[in-house]
Design a protein around this ligand. Structure first.
Ligand SMILES: [Zn+2]
Length: 235
């Protein structure tokens, strides 16, 4: 199965990374797609310009993808100023087709960040468009609408999770992978006093306690036509 993390920013995959590693263990191919270029996402002197920030974020995401045995594609929308355009919709359709998307993880509709909320809406639309033969892209249309699951939002937003994946065996690998985002590790420690691994471990333990295991990731199936499958897709 082709499993795709479809997120606004480099590091947003942290909400589904443990599940993706579990997917890889069952033989799935992993793909990371980021809609924005990350050009607003580095704090401090290491990125004097937005172009420097985008270069740093790209290098970090590529390192993570390489370590996870995954592909990585960035659609280069402007970070924090993402807009719904025909070009971005078609780039997203091509990304879904090129990856052969069968299982997609993306943002929940409510979130502190508008890039995240807009990614949710674009993902919902593009997963449907990716099946339409009259929209030409380099890759052929998907034969079937992928299964889509929303990840836990960032910030104090109620999240009605209804599916849980036990990632206990993958939590340490996940923690190691997220620290590939070295600039984010430094930014988070400066802003919040805690690193990327801890930002994963605390919510994963919270949801694990609810799900009856040590660490879990929570999901909500996307309420969209074709996005919910009657066969099991989560690992
Ligand atoms: Zn983000």
């Amino acid at each position: 199965m082709n499993v795709v993390s479809l997120m606004a920013h480099q590091d947003d995959e942290m909400r589904c990374l443990g599940t993706m590693l579990k997917c890889r263990a069952r033989g799935d191919q992993l793909h990371f797609v980021c809609l924005t270029d990350g050009s607003a996402g580095v704090l401090g002197a290491e990125a004097p310009t937005p172009a420097d920030a985008a270069r740093i974020r790209a290098a970090e995401m590529k390192a993570l993808a390489r370590a996870a045995g995954a592909t990585y594609r960035c659609l280069n929308a402007p970070d924090e100023f993402m807009a719904d355009t025909p070009e971005l919709r078609m780039a997203l359709v091509e990304a879904l087709r090129a990856t052969g998307a069968e299982l997609v993880f993306t943002h929940y509709h409510d979130d502190y960040n508008l890039d995240h909320s807009l990614t949710h809406a674009l993902a919902k639309h593009a997963c449907m468009l990716a099946c339409l033969p009259l929209l030409p892209t380099a890759s052929p249309p998907l034969r079937e609408h992928p299964a889509v699951y929303c990840v836990e939002p960032h910030g104090p937003v109620p999240f009605p999770a209804s599916a849980f994946v036990d990632i206990t065996a993958f939590e340490s690998a996940k923690a190691e992978l997220v620290t590939k985002h070295e600039s984010q590790e430094r930014s988070m420690r400066a802003a919040l006093g805690t690193g990327m691994a801890e930002l994963c471990r605390v919510p994963d333990a919270y949801w694990g306690q609810k799900a009856g295991c040590s660490y879990a990731e929570p999901f909500l199936p996307m309420a969209a036509r074709g996005a919910i499958k009657t066969r099991p897709v989560l690992p």
